[in-house]
Design a protein around this ligand. Structure first.
Ligand code: ATP
Length: 236
């Protein structure tokens, strides 16, 4: 099976001149369709940098990073945009438009896909909101939803167009324990139904069991892949 993301000898640097600092060091990683991959490790170890590179949110500098067959080292803006259209994003702060309703927020993401513009986008948005348990909140403004409900809308928005890859950066950070658990279980369920790959950065040890694979990073190195959650060093 072809990996959906394939990384070889990837290095990444921030800053210029004497301030130049290497934050990813010789990363090698293959990720396959349908996997739920959790990136964990201490603060500053490079998790978010790697996640944003794998999501086409920043340009790759050195080595090889292929997303859905497209080489991202040296990719131009058009190629980056094309890759981003095929990825769903879920962030810690849900990033909903608070002055739009739940349905309008989900619909906006569908409107980015020209090939479905003649379909009933309102019906599609409503259906996925029902699927995430928000059938009675479809026409609520996002500002009137709870934290967990907003994150469910964010999940619906990320998954409604059936992306092959979903990136989630600390999706439970702003949620209480129960809402956090509900949210990741929902992501897990939808991802398995749709066969999409989820890449998730988290400090939340309580959700590590959701992952098919746990990748542990330290000081820019990928230290461990698929280790058992129980033997991980404590996460800050
Ligand atoms: N835009 C930037 N400019 C300069 N340095 C950066 C930038 N973004 C991140 N860094 C540095 O790169 C290193 C890795 O950061 P990164 O955010 O990837 O780590 P992380 O493991 O996700 O941390 P956290 O768990 O705290 O979010 C850190 O030393 C950080 O200070």
């Amino acid at each position: 099976m072809e990996p959906i993301i394939s990384i070889q000898n990837l290095n990444h640097y921030f800053g210029q001149g004497s301030l130049r600092k290497q934050v990813l060091i010789d990363i090698n990683l293959d990720i396959y369709r349908g996997e739920i991959v959790i990136l964990t490790g201490p603060s500053g170890s490079g998790k978010t940098t790697l996640l944003t590179l794998m999501g086409g949110l920043r340009s790759a500098q050195e080595g090889s990073l292929k997303i859905l067959g497209q080489q991202m080292c040296g990719a131009n803006k058009r190629q980056l945009t094309e890759i981003r259209r095929q990825i769903g994003y879920i962030f810690q702060a849900h990033n909903l438009m608070t002055f739009l309703t739940a349905k309008q927020n989900v619909r906006m993401s569908l409107e980015l896909h020209e090939e479905i513009l003649d379909e009933d986008l309102d019906a599609k948005a409503t259906a996925i909101l029902e699927h995430v348990g928000l059938g009675d909140r479809v026409n609520y403004y996002a500002e009137n939803l709870s934290g967990g409900q907003k994150q469910r809308v964010a999940i619906a928005r990320a998954l409604v167009s059936h992306p092959k890859i979903v990136l989630a950066d600390e999706p439970t950070a702003a949620l209480d324990k129960k809402s956090g658990r509900d949210v990741v279980e929902l992501m897990h369920k939808l991802a398995k139904e749709q066969g999409c790959t989820i890449l998730m950065v988290t400090h939340d040890n309580r959700i590590l069991d959701i992952g098919d694979r746990i990748i542990y990073m330290e000081d820019g190195h990928l230290k461990n892949d698929s280790v058992d959650a129980d033997v991980l060093t404590p996460i800050n």
